[in-house]
Design a protein around this ligand. Structure first.
Ligand SMILES: *[C@@H]1O[C@H](CO)[C@@H](O)[C@H](O)[C@H]1NC(C)=O
Ligand SMILES: *[C@@H]1O[C@H](CO)[C@@H](O)[C@H](O)[C@H]1NC(C)=O
Length: 336
């Protein structure tokens, strides 16, 4: 009877231990054992050749990520097409913000040779900065990237997933699980500011921009890039998943706005003005490019096999607007 109760007590305490306590080896280990949390792992400590030691549970070194057996394994994949489109989006946002600020800051809103100089300089700076950013990332000296794959939204916010096993101590395992998709954007924005100081004065000299015309866009960019970096720092994960929808929505709205601002809303005039005026043609084709970019990104994310079908939808909003314009013309309701 005594032995039976001992066994019961033993079983009971064993159960308590297993259920309530999360057991893991806290120090370094000879053979790899499990770690708590999603992003804690062990890496091999380089030492003498016979006994290979694994570190205690913690964040993986930069450029590696914990795998299913709690080992930090180096990220060797390259970014997917969707990842590249995300990076493009972040670069283009920086460029568009600069172009917009150049248009806003300059006194004459009309197109001029001088504004073109600033626009062109911003384009060159952004391209140079993007290329240098790719060159200084692994593999060094090539325009390719070595990266970890993005699996979940939480990969962008590892700092929110530090485990607290048994409520004893918090393990700080925050790391860049999406290496280098998060940090590379900061590097690019930083380099863009550097390029701004380096190239813009020469561009201003070449296009003879002086005074406010030369200095205002530079000051604007000095505000814009930190703001963009802050937004990226906080919202990177959300932007990564939402950017196709953001592009499609914005391009549709701006597209409709462009057509709605024409004076003659008959379909003949809409079509004729689109084809005959270079400015209108460029605006419409620019919208098609944006719209197509958003659609491709969305399809790559949701259903990569139906890409070709989806691409035929790119000019659809234009034709719909032109065909349906006579039903939506507010003037019709007054005359009827
Ligand atoms: C480990 O082995 C390499 C060759 O296999 C040898 O050159 C090196 O000295 C060894 N290191 C130690 C710490 O024993
Ligand atoms: C995890 O990474 C370690 C070290 O790179 C490797 O030996 C192991 O096979 C990997 N496990 C899986 C399931 O990929």
């Amino acid at each position: 009877m005594a032995s039976f109760s001992t066994i019961v007590v033993l079983l009971f305490s064993f159960n308590i231990h297993v259920i309530q306590g999360y057991y893991y080896d806290k120090g370094t280990v000879q053979t790899i054992t499990k770690c708590p949390g999603y992003y804690c792992g062990r890496y091999q400590i380089p030492g003498d050749n016979e006994t290979s030691l694994w570190s205690s549970c913690g964040p993986c070194p930069r450029g590696s990520r914990v795998n299913s057996t709690w080992a930090c394994s180096e990220c060797t994949s390259s970014p997917t097409a969707y990842d590249w489109m995300y990076l493009c989006f972040m670069v283009v946002i920086g460029l568009l913000a600069q172009w917009y600020s150049i248009d806003m800051m300059l006194p004459d809103s009309q197109f001029s040779w001088k504004t073109f100089g600033s626009h062109f300089s911003a384009l060159i700076e952004t391209c140079l900065s993007a290329c240098i950013t790719l060159l200084v990332h692994e593999p060094l000296g090539s325009l390719q990237l070595r990266s970890c794959t993005v699996n979940h939204l939480s990969d962008w916010y590892t700092i929110l997933h530090n485990p607290n096993p048994n409520y004893e101590e918090v393990l700080h395992c925050a790391q860049e699980a999406v290496y280098p998709l998060y940090s590379i954007v900061f590097v690019h924005y930083g380099l863009s500011v550097f390029m701004l100081f380096f190239i813009r004065p020469w561009a201003n000299k070449a296009f003879q921009n002086r005074g406010h015309v030369a200095s205002r866009p530079i000051y604007a960019a000095l505000y814009l890039y930190p703001i963009l970096a802050l937004i990226h720092g906080i919202m990177a994960g959300l932007i990564y998943y939402a950017f196709p929808s953001i592009i499609i929505l914005l391009s549709l709205m701006s597209h409709a706005f462009h057509f709605a601002s024409r004076t003659d809303q008959s379909w003949r005039a809409l079509l004729y003005e689109t084809v005959s005026c270079i400015h209108n043609l460029v605006v419409v084709i620019g919208h098609w490019v944006l719209h197509g970019f958003g659609l491709v990104a969305l399809t790559l994310w949701l259903q990569p096999e139906s890409l070709a079908v989806i691409l035929t939808l790119v000019p659809l909003p234009t034709f719909l607007y032109i065909v349906l314009s006579r039903f939506t013309d507010p003037g019709k309701f007054h005359t009827d």
